[in-house]
Ligand binder design. Structure first.
Ligand code: NA7
Length: 484
């Protein structure tokens, strides 16, 4: 290498860890990872609500370079996943690059030097040759603006900023939101609540799965003893995940079968026709991010639980009033109302070439080239950026692949072959046109609203299969980049 690149990675969540590992393995060790939280893990650091469980099986929700044979459950809890991230960071010596409690507020590109000035909330400025934004997708909690919220006298807690001091046992709890989080939190809080009211503006399809199943200890012993077996199991699961990508991206009998299973999950578990009608969505299964649970339908039929499908009109001092005029007396409100999923690295101010801001570049919604490069922003990459496969392909796979792709540019920059690299507008347009076309037949486009949609009505997902993902990110195409 002719020069040592100064690299800043923003974010120490799953994408940031995958990137840091990949870069250090490739010999790029002049790294600083800036993390606004006090720990690694990203979404698994911020989310600590009761019942938090990953809806992807643990043996596939892990880094390929750090297989964990002994997950406690087939679907791991948030706590166990968070510990896994800490362990990986320690095992690969990544702590030395980390700066916690450091929020990036601004990044500014200097065209003359081909460097980025990265400013933190504390007012420090770092100079970087390359910046990687690994800032996550489900990051900024969405808090609805409901009339009278300020007047409510009890605690209101968002699941993504859970307050462990909030007492829920023996209380009358309201849970607002029916996504994966709402379903998990209702299931977890119902047994000890005096009463739990689930406000369901739009019911979701819920696939039954035994989410509480422990991973057999013998499996861990076998995989520890024969790593090749573990490796084979991982690759088999990766292959199996391809079936999911196929199901969601192309109409087929396989999609119909899974959708029938979702309908069956409801019919089989909810016998009361009135409740079943209330729990039946008016869109196709799999259209929204699919909710998976083995306990929700049981919880919502308990005597202390109630489903409310009337719209919320307002909060009062003592509860919630719905549009039918009914008042629900409530002690604690849990907002399981999701995230502003398309903010990515904002609200940080990013100023690229020719004083272009990211807000200007994304005025019509977030867009990038192959999830990772943005025209106007040289020497800046995203890992799990716009159009990441949050609905189909394992995110660790995608993050590692993207990091390896970026390494190809790091090598050329370090060798002095180029000092600046920027994706072209035309390559980005071409990629986005292909994405838009491929999104047509996906199940996400069959008539529901979900966090997959941007404010501009586009779907922020990856509509291709894993082979296409791998192919697109195997080697940078020089024709798609402008270099200096
Ligand atoms: P989601 O899936 O975005 O769900 C948010 C829920 O909150 C959804 O049911 C919304 O109803 C509901 N919501 C939002 N605002 C309101 C108001 N004002 N009134 C009533 N209901 C409201 O977030 P999650 O945290 O559950 O899951 C996010 C992802 O994390 C999940 O997909 C997995 O990938 C892991 P709506 O459907 O808009 O009518």
């Amino acid at each position: 290498m002719n020069r040592e690149l100064r690299i800043v990675i923003v974010g120490a969540g799953m994408a940031g860890i995958a990137t840091a590992y990949t870069f250090t393995q490739a010999g790029f060790t002049n790294l600083t990872i800036l993390e606004k939280g006090s720990d690694v893990g990203g979404v698994w650091h911020w989310n600590r609500y009761p019942g938090l469980t990953c809806d992807v099986p643990s043996q596939i929700y892990q880094f390929s370079f750090a297989p964990k044979p002994d997950w406690g459950h087939l679907w791991a809890s948030g706590t166990e996943i968070q510990q896994y991230h800490r362990d990986v960071v320690e095992r690969f010596g990544l702590q030395r690059y980390l700066r916690f409690d450091t929020e990036v507020t601004e990044m500014r590109y200097d065209t003359a030097d081909c460097t980025w000035s990265v400013t933190t909330g504390a007012g420090d400025t770092l100079t970087a040759d390359v910046v990687v934004c690994a800032t996550g997708v489900l990051h900024h909690p969405f808090v609805p603006d409901v009339a009278g919220m300020d007047s409510f006298q009890g605690p209101i807690v968002h699941t993504a900023s859970w307050d462990p001091d909030v007492v829920t046992a023996g209380r009358r709890i309201a849970v607002i939101g029916t996504g994966s989080t709402g379903v998990q939190v209702v299931s977890a809080l119902q047994p000890d609540a005096e009463a739990i009211t689930h406000f369901a503006r739009s019911p979701q399809w819920i696939l039954w799965a035994p989410m509480g199943l422990r991973q057999p200890k013998v499996l861990a012993r076998m995989m520890r003893r024969w790593p090749a077996l573990h490796d084979a199991a991982y690759r088999r699961l990766l292959w199996a995940s391809g079936i999911l990508a196929d199901i969601v991206t192309k109409p087929s009998w396989r999609r119909t079968l899974v959708q029938s299973y979702a309908r069956w999950s409801l019919r089989f578990q909810i016998r009361d026709p009135r409740l079943r009608a209330e729990l039946t969505p008016d869109y196709q299964p799999l259209c929204k991010r699919q909710v998976v649970s083995g306990s929700y339908y049981r919880a919502i039929t308990r005597p202390n639980a109630r489903l409310v499908t009337d719209r919320i009109d307002a909060f009062t001092a003592t509860g919630i009033r719905t549009t039918s005029g009914e008042h629900h007396d409530i002690d604690v409100v849990v907002l399981a109302t999701g995230f502003q999923a398309h903010n990515y690295m904002r609200p940080m101010r990013i100023v690229g070439r020719d004083a272009m801001t990211l807000d200007d570049a994304w005025v019509k919604g977030p867009r990038a080239y192959r999830m990772t490069a943005i025209p106007g922003f040289p020497n800046l990459f995203t890992v799990l950026g716009p159009n990441s496969p949050t609905g189909s392909i394992p995110l660790q796979y995608s993050a590692e692949l993207t990091a390896r792709y970026i390494v190809k540019w790091l090598r050329r920059l370090a060798a002095g072959e180029v000092t600046a690299v920027e994706v072209t507008e035309s390559a980005t347009d071409e990629f986005n046109a292909a994405v838009a076309e491929a999104l047509g037949p996906t199940v996400w486009n069959t008539g529901c609203n979900s966090w997959y949609f941007t404010d501009n009505g586009t779907i922020d997902l990856w509509p291709f299969d894993r082979a296409t993902l791998t192919d697109m990110l195997s080697e940078p195409d020089p024709a798609h980049y402008r270099t200096a």
